[in-house]
Design a protein around this ligand. Structure first.
Ligand code: ZN
Length: 372
């Protein structure tokens, strides 16, 4: 394993932050896997999974079983990890600007189109290489305006030539679930089975430009732009893995998740060995636009009425909001049939606060499909 240190743009005089990447397997490679944890820095379960992955990757490398380069970034957001407010970790948003660390990643589509001009052929494998080089050069040409932009650019640079990208997160209170693109799903499905995903949310463009989306959507948009001229492959599969809820930091769960990720890499041939039998898929993938996102109509004490992972029916009572002054109870009902895959952790709400989400088979939402 080779450990590399990537310095970020210095935020304030006298400080320095680095992204550390660990590179396993052959230095000369044709296939690459990229795995990062805790882009939202207060999502600790993902960090523990990364730690477990390190042990497994070291052993696999020593055994000569890595058929691809595997890059692991166990702390993807050292800036967010340093943010505490009155003792509580706060890693989802950059406190100085309020920006979500996992939104609006660089998307240099026009720069790539310009750089590949005159280099593309009828050979998709050749075009894959040309686009990857152009993408890397386009990212390197960006001058980051602040520390967060330099962090986002650095993470993209580490991931943009990977065939498979895993972005390890967690939610508030949640069951294991995944976000991926419609065209990545076929490659991600074995992971969903091994890791026991209870919900998978698919989209083409959620308009978030989250890390996984910015990486996979570039190929989709390039293909649209160059349609009929050159064959452009979909160069990667990207997935955001939600390792349950923020408090689900558990040694057994982390081992289980790390084993599942390794099993998926064996299944895809990134690691040599006999693939484990594929377990049942616990729940079919459904459109992100079909998930029902519940919002508090009033303030009050939140009482959950449905267990995480439960299958709910249209009309089912989901959440009670209790007005502590009058005792009046307002109940929020589901309009959807699906699985309650995540719900709110803080038990007091204001009007407009999110309460939870249920998968749905029929797209009902448009525009921005993810929260800010
Ligand atoms: Zn997250």
């Amino acid at each position: 394993m080779k450990r590399l240190t990537h310095s970020l743009l210095t935020a304030t005089p006298g400080t320095r932050r680095d992204v550390v990447s660990e590179h396993y397997g052959p230095a000369q490679y044709t296939r690459k896997v990229y795995i990062q944890a805790c882009l939202h820095a207060d999502e600790t379960p993902a960090m523990l999974v990364a730690s477990e992955l390190r042990q497994r990757l070291l052993a696999l490398e020593a055994a000569g079983r890595l058929a691809a380069q595997v890059v692991l970034v166990p702390v993807a957001n050292p800036a967010g990890l340093a943010q505490f407010v009155m003792g509580a970790p706060s890693g989802r948003f950059e406190l100085g600007s309020g920006r979500n660390y996992n939104r609006d990643f660089p998307f240099p589509l026009e720069a790539i189109v310009q750089r590949v001009e005159g280099q593309l052929t009828d050979d998709p494998a050749h075009n894959l290489k040309v686009v990857r080089v152009a993408w890397q050069q386009s990212l390197e040409a960006i001058t980051p305006r602040d520390e967060m932009a330099s962090l986002q650019r650095q993470l993209m640079l580490l991931a943009c030539d990977a065939e498979l990208v895993l972005d390890l997160h967690c939610s508030r209170e949640a069951v294991m679930h995944l976000y991926t693109s419609e065209w990545s799903w076929a490659q991600v499905e074995p992971l969903a089975r091994y890791i026991g995903s209870q919900a998978t949310l698919l989209s083409v463009d959620s308009q978030a430009l989250s890390f996984d989306e910015a990486l996979s959507l570039i190929w989709w948009r390039l293909r649209e732009r160059l349609q009929g001229q050159y064959p452009i492959p979909l160069g990667n599969a990207c997935v955001t893995v939600e390792h349950r809820g923020q408090r689900d930091v558990d040694a057994d769960l982390a081992c289980q998740d790390a084993d599942a990720i390794i099993a998926a890499l064996v299944h895809a041939g990134f690691i040599s060995g006999e693939p484990e039998a594929l377990p049942e898929l616990l729940w079919p993938a459904t459109p992100l636009a079909g998930s029902e996102q519940f919002i508090a109509p009033m303030g009050g004490v939140l009482v959950h009425r449905v267990a995480l992972g439960a299958q709910v029916s249209p009309g089912q009572a989901m959440f009670d909001l209790v007005d502590p002054l009058s005792g009046e109870v307002t109940t929020v009902h589901s309009a959807t049939a699906g699985v309650l895959y995540m719900r709110r952790d803080v038990r007091f709400v204001r009007p407009g606060d999110p309460l939870g989400r249920v998968t749905g088979h029929v797209p009902v939402r448009t525009g921005k499909l993810l929260s800010a």
